[in-house]
Write a protein that binds this ligand. Structure first.
Ligand code: FES
Ligand SMILES: [Fe+2]
Length: 392
């Protein structure tokens, strides 16, 4: 079963007015790391829209469309001062909501500034990430997933651009079978695949992947959160045979694949490691937020001399980018191991249809009482009753 051209277009295009783009605009999306917002404005593109992000001199974040309402100069060259962002060309000054505070060349008694507005979007910061909302009012709640708000641990962040359509990256996050091959090590060759399931939930998809190594069974649980996040956990003992994950001990990772436009994507990762005896996990990844959003070169991947293949951190990017800027799914041949990918597309389609008919898409949170999602992914060895039901 392959997708038709129209289906592929519906799921992959992200611009304003496209079915997929309108659906994605209903969710808060990361646009930058808080540490990137210093005293200069930052140019960003999100869902095909060119924007400028800044923090005013009172510390408030603001997100405006890039081109100045006066005569279109980029506000990314503007100055952060006097309670807003001042265009470099003729000095018009905008606040974080796009209100014109000053129009230096106009008569002092003119009412013109009250009649012009720079389009602006909502932004909020949480856990060192700046989130933007490009959809219609009323905006839903910014999700407060456990790893974003827990105070009993440490967080680390990184962000990188990947040069392909966001859906290729999102499909990878529900594609459990690829672990064994794309991230192979001498140990993964010993795995025998057992049950692999993908189950629809109100927030997304619960993926479980059971494998046998010798007489032992192991299970990986990962979570896909609509429309473009996934959450994985690494709680492995040293001798765990899943060598790909054994270097990530004792922490969780929440990842977002955020469309810049149709052919490039920002990949944000937040790691959370709970403190044990007052100490963070031994192998907690380093925080790279000071470096901001890093770019990458498609076709160029780090090499691991030891394994004689592409390094672990670039393996997914290699697989995703080499599918093409926007993968043509009319030519694919899905198998039973693509169950997660099929379910994901169905849920995205349901969400697109919901938005078309004026409803919220899957996973939107509007009730503050329900804004406390704690979903625990991880890896563990099966014992007892679970073991009895493990084999296929
Ligand atoms: S173009 Fe921005 S103030 Fe004139
Ligand atoms: Fe992967």
């Amino acid at each position: 079963m392959a997708l038709s051209f129209e289906e592929n277009e519906t799921l992959t295009r992200v611009g304003r007015g496209t079915p997929g783009g309108e659906m994605l605009r209903r969710y808060w999306q990361p646009i930058a790391l808080s540490r990137e917002l210093k005293n200069r404005p930052l140019k960003r593109r999100l869902l095909g829209e060119d924007l400028v992000l800044f923090r005013d001199d009172r510390g408030r974040p603001g997100l405006l469309t890039l081109r100045c309402a006066h005569r279109g100069t980029s506000l990314a060259f503007g100055h952060v001062e006097d309670g807003g962002l001042r265009c470099c060309y003729h000095g018009w000054l905008y606040d974080v909501e796009g209100k014109v505070l000053e129009q230096p060349g106009e008569p002092a008694d003119s009412s013109y500034k009250g009649r012009v507005r720079q389009p602006a979007y909502k932004v909020q910061e949480l856990a060192g990430i700046v989130f933007a909302y490009l959809g219609p009012d009323p905006a839903p709640l910014l999700p407060r997933y456990d790893v974003l708000v827990r105070e009993d641990g440490v967080r680390a962040l990184n962000a990188r651009i990947v040069h392909c359509n966001f859906l290729q990256m999102v499909e990878n996050s529900v594609d459990q079978h690829h672990f064994k091959w794309l991230h192979r090590t001498p140990k993964t060759r010993l795995w025998r695949d057992e049950k692999l399931t993908s189950e629809a939930k109100e927030w997304g998809i619960l993926d479980t992947f059971t494998r046998r190594v010798g007489d032992d069974y192991y299970r990986t649980i990962s979570l896909f959160l609509m429309p473009n996040m996934n959450k994985v956990g690494y709680h492995l003992p040293e001798d765990h045979p899943a060598a790909f994950a054994a270097t990530h001990e004792g922490y969780e990772a929440l990842r977002w694949r955020v469309a810049i436009d149709d052919t490039s994507t920002m990949h944000f990762t937040l790691y959370f490691g709970p403190l044990v005896d007052g100490k963070p996990p031994r192998r907690m990844p380093a925080d790279q937020s000071e470096q901001g959003l890093l770019d990458s070169v498609p076709g160029k991947y780090r090499w691991d001399e030891e394994t004689g293949w592409i390094a672990r951190g670039d393996q997914d990017r290699c697989a995703q980018e080499s599918q093409g800027p926007i993968f043509d799914r009319t030519s694919e041949h899905l198998g039973v191991s693509d169950e997660g990918v099929i379910l994901l597309r169905r849920m995205l389609k349901q969400s697109i249809d919901a938005v078309r008919s004026g409803q919220d898409p899957i996973g939107i949170i509007r009730d503050p009482e329900k804004n406390n999602l704690r979903l625990v992914p991880g890896e563990y060895k099966l014992e007892g009753a679970e073991l009895a039901h493990a084999a296929v």
